[in-house]
Design a binder for this molecule. Structure first.
Ligand SMILES: Nc1ncnc2c1ncn2[C@@H]1O[C@H](COP(=O)(O)OP(=O)(O)O)[C@@H](O)[C@H]1O
Ligand SMILES: [Mg+2]
Length: 368
């Protein structure tokens, strides 16, 4: 691959990554093994990696004890330019409800859920330890569905957004603020006093307005006042945001977490906006995993949206990426959150995974 293609002058960090550099147009479509692209090194090369495939998701545990000292040093050195590049930069991470394993009330699934939260927390805390400033925005759609079904209510969606009557709003609030938010904060705080949970209502972080259409109490982000989040970040804390918010009169709304993540990334002038979801990236054809697009620009993403290629839950993500990138956010990433430690693989190794979106048709994206 021509790694020089996307190299930015004076910068030998992420732009020279293998898989993003092999670009002859503004978008790269590449055939992919489902989710398995998380690993780019054969087990033997890493020394004692254990691979496990479960429901089509390939995971790999690397026994670092089996690595030679030289291999360990190589891994640390590979991470160094990325650590330097992202130190002090805000990274908004949307942790999707679908990236968390469903529990269905089953004990074994609850363990998977806890393990998955713990792996997510490891990554976020490690990112913070390297100097990044992570801000977490979370969803919780499947968790809301689960409680609704226990209560005998049937969830309804339009264009990837939940139709929300007064009772659904109440349930969404209880699940998002009372359950999922607490669980993420607890998983992060296993590592020390690092995380603080809040929702859109806190210090008027988000002011909502009713979204047009027949969606009930589904809100749009009207105003973001990021003061409270900035204060927490400046104090070295990791804000964890549940996406309920009030309008000016105090009426509550449920806001799509993708939209909140995009708006918050824009308001914080974030370096990166990251979506952890349950597919390996954006696909040119929603149903075909072999059509994953590795790198694209905001312009191409707009075209894909106009062509109706992003549907259901990917549509608000695409729109949020566009909003953020047009407001000055430098990179947006769609990653498979079911792959353990996917963010470390994306941010600290040469071989990125998932889909990366950048603002412009930069020269670096074109071969000519
Ligand atoms: N073009 C596309 N590429 C990839 N996934 C897509 C695309 N269009 C729609 N999707 C769907 O979007 C889903 C992710 O959104 P969603 O289910 O809302 O998850 P989350 O909880 O992360 O918000 C994927 O599982 C996939 O079915
Ligand atoms: Mg969603």
């Amino acid at each position: 691959m021509n790694t020089g293609e996307r190299a930015v002058a004076g910068d030998s960090t992420p732009d020279s990554r293998d898989h993003y550099s092999d670009v002859s147009g503004a978008a790269t479509v590449e055939s992919a093994e489902p989710a398995g692209r998380a690993e780019s090194v054969e087990p033997g090369e890493r020394g004692g990696a254990e691979r496990e495939e479960k429901e089509g998701i390939l995971t790999e545990r690397v026994g670092s004890a089996n690595l030679t000292p030289g291999q360990k040093v190589d891994i640390l050195l590979e991470a160094l330019p990325y650590i330097r590049k992202f130190a002090g930069k805000v990274v908004v991470i949307k942790y999707g409800g679908n990236a968390m394993p469903a529990t269905g009330g089953v004990e074994e699934s609850r363990r998977d859920y806890r393990d998955s939260l713990a792996a997510f927390a490891d990554d976020v805390v490690l990112m913070r330890s390297t100097g990044m400033c992570p801000v977490v925005v979370h969803g919780g759609g499947p968790q809301i569905d689960e409680v609704m079904s226990r209560l005998g209510k049937v969830p309804e969606f339009k264009d990837g957004r939940r139709v929300t009557d007064a009772e659904t709003l109440e349930i969404a609030r209880m699940v998002l603020v009372g359950k999922v938010n607490r669980e993420i904060v607890s998983a992060l705080n296993v590592h020390g006093a690092v995380a603080v949970g809040l929702s859109g209502e806190d210090a008027r972080l988000i002011t909502a307005s009713a979204r047009a259409g027949d969606l009930g109490y589904v809100g749009d982000v009207k105003v973001v006042d990021p003061t409270v989040v900035k204060t927490l970040v400046n104090d070295g804390l990791i804000p964890v945001v549940a996406t309920t918010a009030d309008d000016q009169a105090g009426q509550g709304y449920n806001i799509n977490a993708d939209s909140v993540a995009g708006a918050l990334a824009a308001a914080l002038d974030a370096e990166k906006l990251v979506f952890l979801t349950d597919v390996e990236g954006i696909r040119a054809h929603a149903e075909e995993s072999s059509t994953i697009i590795r790198a694209l620009t905001a312009g191409i993403l707009q075209d894909l949206i106009d062509q109706g290629r992003l549907v259901s839950g990917m549509l608000p993500k695409g729109e949020a990426c566009l909003h953020a990138l047009r407001s000055g956010v430098r990179y947006a990433h769609i990653l498979d959150g079911r792959v353990p430690h996917v963010m470390l693989l994306e941010f600290f190794t040469d071989k990125g995974i998932g889909t990366m979106i950048t603002p412009h048709d930069e020269g670096a994206y074109h071969s000519g």
